[in-house]
Unconditional design. Sequence first.
Length: 158
Amino acid sequence: MNMYDFSVKTMDGGQQSLADYRGQVVLIVNTATKCGFAPQFDGLQKLYETYKEQGFTVLGFPCNQFQNQEPGSDSEVQEACRINFGVTFPLFAKIHVNGPDADPLFDYLKKSTRGLMGSAIKWNFTKFLVNRNGEAVKRFSPMTAPLKFEDRIVSLLK
C-alpha cells in the first residue's frame, strides 16, 4: 500500500486519485488558516515554488479537528489561503485526521510514520513527506518549519 492507492475529495466535491502524483515527491499537510502555525503556509509555498519543476508538490488538507481553527466552508478556506497566504499548491476538501471519521489517506500516513504521540496527529500542520514511489518516509511535527527539512526534499528529488 502507498499514497497512490487513495483518492481524496476535491474542494469542488469531486474525487482525485493520488496516483495523479505518481513519480513526484509530495509533502502532505493538514492545515488550518486560524492556527498559530498558519505562517508556515509561507514556507510551504516557497518550497512548492522552488521545487515544483523538479517533481515536487505540496498537498494541503484543511482540518477543523483542533480547537475550531478551520471553521469555514471549503470555498472560504481556499479563498483565505489564496488571499492571506498566497497559496497556489493544491488544496483539498476539509477532512478529519484522527478518530473514526479520519480520512483513509491519513490513517495510512499515521501508520507509516509514527510520531511522538504514537500514530495520532497532535495538531494542525503535521507534515508527511512521501517519496517518488508513493511511500510515506518521514513525519514532521507541527512545530517544525517547512524550510527546516528542505534538505530532505532535495535528497528525495535527486
